[in-house]
Design a protein around this ligand. Structure first.
Ligand SMILES: Cc1cc2nc3c(=O)[nH]c(=O)nc-3n(C[C@H](O)[C@H](O)[C@H](O)COP(=O)(O)OP(=O)(O)OC[C@H]3O[C@@H](n4cnc5c(N)ncnc54)[C@H](O)[C@@H]3O)c2cc1C
Length: 392
């Protein structure tokens, strides 16, 4: 396998970096700090990326994409994550909700839902988890009862990121066939969040605003043309979607961006005149992080190349994901080692070092390993690939 980027991909990276240097404001710290400017900025950024043909660079032209290859898409993904994801919540549409509609949607659904995503006009959220259905997603209880006019949905979702952004649409998992075995009775619905009967309640956590919401569905009517894939066949749709989601986030790129800033800082003399880089332990740690970032990057590229060949690389995606969350956590740990207590200062403290980046990384160390399937669940998938029996 040759993972070298071609000339076109290198040019794209340079141009993208130029645009980001010009357009990403100094105050931008990602979506997870409380700043009312954040969502409007991400909307503007998505529209701008769309104008350049970069928002959905690898989508087919018929859906508003630029028809580029997956490596150019990888470049976009890396640069976005290295710059604290200026696409904000829309990364979900682009990484997996859009591709799922391409794979499982009817031509009408593709024509209706994909162009607004490609132009950066729409925010989607993902309604999977419930209070009693997280890792064991197949135990979900939200019901969608079939009627002459489509479905009527009742139930509750939780940890729904960005539902309060506000999201315009929700990729919702609901049980349509309660009498079928639990994996067979689930369907995917595309739900307009403006439909009467939907209530969104933000959940405050240290992870930051928009990260989590509860969403309640009280007799919400969903038309029949908003069923994605076969009725009762939602499990297959979702398994594919989660695989796309796991590789859609270039965590190694964010860890590498933090590493680069730590290296720069370690080379400068501190207040005591000494350079952190003269400490052999610091050098070892930074080198360790560099080696692991590289491994996570290459494992992610392997998954990208498998997807490009039309495969759904479940085990490989979980392996890449494990390494990616490891490097993100390590970036937080090593950042604190290098910066010492100063690394704990938040972005709004005038003495914050590196704009509070290490603190932000540290706070996100736990949620990083939970979203899109916990570390233990990824290991279960890898164990299944080894032919080991499933957990009891
Ligand atoms: C940042 C973030 C964003 C999220 N965004 C969304 C979103 O937009 N939409 C959405 O639907 N959900 C979202 N989630 C929810 C996420 O998908 C769930 O939190 C996750 O699936 C775990 O479910 P749970 O929290 O119910 O934990 P549980 O499933 O109850 O797990 C608790 C613990 O038990 C372990 N465990 C559970 N089952 C097993 C097993 N079989 N073998 C070994 N260990 C096991 C887990 O690893 C974990 O450590 C988000 C979560 C985070 C952290």
């Amino acid at each position: 396998m040759n993972f070298a980027f071609d000339e076109q991909a290198r040019r794209l990276r340079d141009e993208l970096r130029g645009l980001l240097a010009e357009k990403v404001p100094d105050w931008w710290r990602g979506m997870f700090v409380d700043d009312v400017r954040a969502i409007p900025f991400t909307r503007e950024m998505c529209a701008l990326l769309a104008q350049h043909g970069w928002l959905t660079v690898a989508w087919p032209r018929e859906y508003g994409g630029s028809g580029a290859d997956v490596w150019q898409q990888t470049v976009v993904r890396e640069e976005m994550w290295a710059h604290d994801e200026p696409r904000g919540p829309q990364y979900m549409n682009l990484n997996y909700i859009g591709p799922l509609i391409m794979r499982f949607g009817t031509p009408d659904q593709q024509g209706r839902f994909l162009p607004p995503m490609a132009s950066g006009d729409v925010i989607w959220c993902q309604g999977f988890s419930e209070p009693d259905a997280g890792s064991d997603l197949a135990s979900l209880r939200t019901r969608a009862v079939a009627t002459d006019d489509g479905f009527v949905v009742s139930g509750q979702k939780i940890w729904t990121s960005y539902a309060d952004a506000p999201a315009d649409w929700c990729l919702l998992l609901a049980r349509t066939e309660p009498d079928r075995p639990r994996h067979e009775g689930i369907s995917v619905l595309l739900v307009d969040m403006a439909t009467p009967g939907i209530t969104v309640r933000p959940i405050d956590t240290m992870a930051g605003p928009h990260e989590f919401c509860e969403v309640f569905f009280d007799d919400v009517e969903v038309p029949p043309d908003c069923l994605l894939g076969p009725r009762g066949g939602g499990w297959e749709v979702i398994r594919t979607g989660l695989t796309f989601e796991r590789v859609g986030i270039a965590r190694y790129a964010r860890a590498t961006a933090i590493l680069e800033r730590l290296v720069e800082l370690a080379r400068q003399p501190g207040v005591d005149g000494r350079r952190p880089a003269d400490d052999p332990a610091v050098r070892q740690q930074l080198a360790d992080l560099r080696a692991r970032c590289e491994a996570a990057r290459l494992l992610s590229y392997r998954v990208v190349s498998m997807q490009a060949a039309g495969a759904v690389p479940t085990v490989e995606a979980s392996i890449a994901r494990l390494h990616n969350t490891d490097v993100e956590q390590l970036a937080g740990h090593i950042g604190l080692e290098v910066l010492g207590p100063a690394g704990l200062l938040t972005h709004d403290d005038p003495n914050a070092v590196l704009g509070g980046i290490v603190w932000r990384q540290w706070v996100r160390n736990i949620p990083t390993t939970v979203a899109a399937g916990t570390t233990e669940i990824q290991k279960n998938i890898v164990a299944r690939g080894l032919g080991l029996p499933p957990p009891r």
